[in-house]
Design a protein around this ligand. Structure first.
Ligand code: ZN
Length: 367
């Protein structure tokens, strides 16, 4: 039972809190309250959020507990990468990912892929279709194409292959016929084609992954060429749903994203790994964009859990990313991100519901 003193302390504390809150909003017009990470995550969990862009390579109890605690569902995306010892073979990735889905008690879904490095093989298209159909039957809800198409893989004549190649077209048709969704990561941020720029949020990535920096590689396809190939898929397959991940690789140009969304009703974007570009854009512009296109933007992070990861540290990174994104999208607070002040967008609840859940379900049925 509570003592009289503790009741008095509670009453007094509440009175002080009320008067402080009143004072904070009355005097300077800027709310003095700040949301700590635990509060942010609690508010996020109430929406039953879906992160439509992660890469998880490990089944782990603490990770599963985090998913359950946050009411969080993930779309786990496979990628073929011939420079990576694990990612260069597909079937083991699929098997591991399906085991993770099964162990997740409904918290993880699979976005499969096909092997574009086999492009020049005689039965490439048929083999790719057979394999994604098998993955659909096992529960996969989407298919990913990656930046290696347009930026890495060459045909037998030594020419870069592009996403609108005739060999890919039957694969897109197959995805459409099955009512699944194509996730497209085509090209890279502008800085990959430009001069070195340490102020760009992606610059450190190219220092660590110089194979994807093409500003010093003459004769390389332009970003425009690669994205136009992506756009041809949209135009040629109006019934195919496509999510252009990473803001559709138009991270510095919300007007260009708007033009694409207006032109292609079958196109949506995710925010994965590009939230920092949105944080650098004037907040009133980002807010107006997200309200206008509230049915076309999916929340995603590009967070990963690698097989050899330190799970405790990785989970801390996941939590702080979710908390930071929540403060940016959902609150009107000003907080510091990488030394710069960021103003929260304070989006309406109905818009947050769509970004964090509703759009994922509509654009990627099966989630
Ligand atoms: Zn990714």
């Amino acid at each position: 039972m509570r003592s009289l003193r503790s009741v008095l302390a509670l009453v007094l504390g509440a009175a002080i809190a009320i008067s402080c809150a009143a004072q904070a909003t009355n005097s300077v017009g800027v709310p003095a309250k700040t949301t700590d990470d635990a509060q942010a995550l609690k508010s996020l969990a109430a929406l039953h959020p879906i992160d439509t862009h992660v890469h998880v390579f490990k089944t782990d109890t603490a990770f599963q507990e985090m998913l359950e605690g946050l009411n969080l569902k993930l779309l786990n995306i496979l990628v073929m990468d011939d420079t990576h010892p694990y990612r260069k073979a597909l079937q083991r990735q699929v098997d591991d990912a399906l085991a993770l889905v099964k162990a997740s008690r409904g918290h993880v879904a699979l976005c499969t892929t096909f092997d574009p490095y086999k492009f020049d093989g005689p039965s490439f298209t048929a083999d790719a279709i057979q394999q994604i159909d098998r993955d659909f039957a096992a529960g996969a809800v989407a298919v990913k194409i990656w930046k290696n198409i347009g930026m890495e893989i060459k045909d037998r004549n030594g020419k870069f292959i592009f996403a609108d190649d005739a060999k890919f077209e039957p694969i897109y048709k197959d995805i459409e016929v099955h009512g699944k969704t194509l996730l497209s990561h085509q090209a890279e941020p502008d800085v990959a084609w430009g001069p070195p720029d340490s102020s760009d949020p992606s610059w450190s990535y190219y220092q660590e992954n110089p194979q994807w920096y093409v500003g010093d590689k003459p004769g390389f396809p332009t970003k425009q060429t690669i994205l136009e190939a992506r756009d041809h898929i949209l135009a040629d397959n109006p019934q195919l749903r496509m999510v252009g991940v990473h803001l559709g690789s138009m991270e510095r140009d919300l007007d260009n994203i708007s033009r694409h969304l207006d032109k292609y009703p079958n196109f949506a974007i995710d925010m994965a790994a590009r939230m920092d570009y949105l944080m650098l854009t004037p907040p009133e512009k980002v807010r107006a964009f997200l309200i206008k296109y509230q049915d076309r933007v999916l929340y995603g992070t590009d967070l990963d859990l690698l097989a050899d990861a330190n799970v405790t540290e990785t989970l801390q990174e996941w939590r702080s990313t979710y908390a930071r994104d929540w403060k940016f999208l959902a609150t009107d607070e000003t907080f510091s991100f990488e030394g710069k002040p960021v103003h929260g967008l304070n989006l309406p609840k109905a818009v947050l519901d769509k970004l964090y859940r509703g759009n994922a379900i509509r654009w990627i049925p099966g989630l």
